[in-house]
Design a protein around this ligand. Structure first.
Ligand code: GLN
Length: 520
């Protein structure tokens, strides 16, 4: 094949495969070549098992040759965020805590991908335990934005967004607790969808905040996202929050435009903090919809001003509880016990020599010390901050004032959306207040990082669906994302609307300079 397969979208690759113009092996080799050429710069992947990739691809080609019916992804490579369990393969959550963890099972989405004959390309970098919005919280490496390598790719699914943007994978999977699919998709110029809470099974997803976490697809177009969502979605008895509803044929319906679309613009989303270029691009995108027949209305989500505050109570509370399991006993990292014993002994001697009976009595027992050392060494600073915020907000005396109050406001936020969706079919707005920022610029300012999530956390708190689609570039050449939100289980509506936009615009086709191959 003359074109570099790495340049083609998933939909285009399937057409080539079906016409016999390429093979799964050729596609896998092209992806591996792209990773070799660009990932030293981008740093999207934590693991790529070359041999395993080639073996999987060859096996699918062999099935094809034998005339067997192939699954829906029939040989396409998919990159997986390292928060999802892959049997026998590293699953680190970008944390020292899980550095050597190889799960004995596949997450349901990974099983579904394998059953659809996808080739698992590798595991992508992320913020540690998905806490963050820049992928700078990874314990292992920095991921760079393919559009400007001095900038962050967003996060926490930064690796999954960057590898698609840099043409290293046509498809990737991420997770979104407060924006972690949509925000990096927006900052890297790709399409990413957060499904409704319950749409995709989370069995085998390492939990961050269980009432907010959702798994979803990233790709270069709405069509490709539809294809991947169709594979990922569906009921799973092993995740009691997954809903037992039929999965629409997203990959077919995505091509049907929507008539008489009513789009809401949230008054509160166009306030202070929103970058002028982002606002201009979003408003221009809304005009595109208008020219396609949509009616635009201004709406209000009155409680949206509390969304960040509510999110940063609820998410850390749930995180502090979910992360209690990393104690050095059940699994994961454990502190060096010899070093610990030596430390304990030298402290004991010191206190004995100094005659400090009180200090001696307060020396912690080896088990407590093991927990403390394990967790101090295993977790990075942001994860520790979340655990402290969460344990504080859940502790006696603060529980009602913080956690319970946050739950009540969360209900009001959901109510706002329910009211809004009686008047409009979709809500449109920015994904993030600015384009990608510089690496190192905000990482020491947690509040600035948290405020960056103001447009995305609402969908998680309300459990609704959202998508991010490229809608322009800043004057510095950085991608800008448009966010569309829809009522629960209306992913189809989101995808159809996104595809309409992508039929009328070319933003999603733009290619980062770094990915322009020598031959083209
Ligand atoms: N940036 C948000 C946070 O740090 C969202 C993360 C996510 O969606 N996983 O919590």
């Amino acid at each position: 094949m003359e074109l570099d397969p790495a340049d083609l979208t998933a939909t285009e690759l399937l057409e080539c495969l079906d016409r016999g113009e390429t093979t799964s092996l050729e596609i896998a080799e092209a992806a591996l070549r792209a990773i070799e050429a660009r990932d030293t710069t981008v740093g999207a992947f934590l693991t790529v098992d070359r041999e395993a990739v080639l073996t999987q691809a060859a096996a699918i080609d062999a099935k094809r040759k034998r005339g067997e019916v192939l699954g829906r992804l029939r040989g396409l490579p998919v990159a997986i965020k390292d928060v999802l369990c892959t049997e026998g393969e590293p699953t680190t959550c970008a944390s020292r805590m899980l550095k050597d963890f190889r799960p004995p099972f596949d997450a349901t989405v990974v099983s579904r991908l394998k059953a659809a004959d996808a080739v698992i390309l590798g595991k992508t970098n992320m913020d540690e335990f998905a806490m963050g919005g820049s992928t700078e919280n990874s314990a292992f490496r920095i991921t760079r934005n393919p559009w400007d390598t001095s900038r962050v790719p967003g996060g926490s699914s930064g690796g999954s967004a960057a590898c698609v943007a840099a043409r290293m994978a046509p498809l990737s999977v991420g997770s979104d607790t407060g924006g972690s699919i949509r925000q990096p998709a927006g900052l890297c110029g790709v399409t990413g969808l957060k499904p409704t809470y319950g749409r995709v099974s989370r069995y085998g997803l390492v939990a961050f905040a269980s009432s907010l976490d959702q798994i979803g697809p990233l790709a270069r177009s709405a069509e490709d996202v539809a294809l991947l969502l169709e594979v990922l979605a569906g009921h799973d008895p092993r995740d009691s929050t997954s809903i037992n509803l039929p999965v629409p044929r997203y990959s077919e319906s995505v091509r049907r435009p929507l008539d008489a679309l009513r789009i809401g613009l949230v008054r509160e989303h166009f306030g202070p903090g929103l970058d002028g270029e982002v606002e201009a691009a979003v408003r221009e995108a809304v005009r595109v919809y208008q020219s396609l027949g949509a009616v635009i209305r201004e709406i209000s989500l009155p409680h949206s001003r509390y969304a960040v505050a509510v999110y940063y109570i609820i998410a850390p509370c749930e995180a502090s509880s979910n992360l209690a399991r990393y104690d050095g006993v059940h699994f994961g990292y454990r502190t060096d016990e010899r070093a610990m014993a030596a430390e304990l002994e030298s402290e004991r001697r010191r206190f004995v020599a100094a005659g400090e009976a009180d200090a001696l009595a307060e020396l912690d027992n080896p088990l407590v010390r093991m927990y403390r050392r394990t967790r101090s060494e295993g977790f990075g600073p942001e994860v520790k901050r979340r655990i402290m915020l969460g344990t504080y907000a859940l502790s006696a005396g603060y529980y009602d004032a913080y956690y319970l109050k946050a739950l009540k406001v969360r209900r009001l936020i959901r109510q706002d959306y329910d009211d809004a969706f009686r008047e409009v079919d979709l809500i449109a707005g920015p994904v993030a207040p600015t384009p990608a920022f510089k690496i190192g610029e905000r990482i020491h300012d947690p509040l600035a990082m948290y405020l960056f999530d103001l447009y995305t956390v609402g969908a998680n708190l309300a459990g609704i669906a959202g998508i991010s689609i490229p809608c322009g570039f800043s004057s510095a050449g950085l991608p800008i994302g448009l966010q569309l939100q829809a009522p629960p289980f209306e992913e189809e509506r989101l995808l159809r609307a996104a595809h309409m936009f992508q039929q009328a615009t070319d933003w999603h086709r733009a290619k980062p300079p770094l990915a322009v191959s020598r031959s083209s």
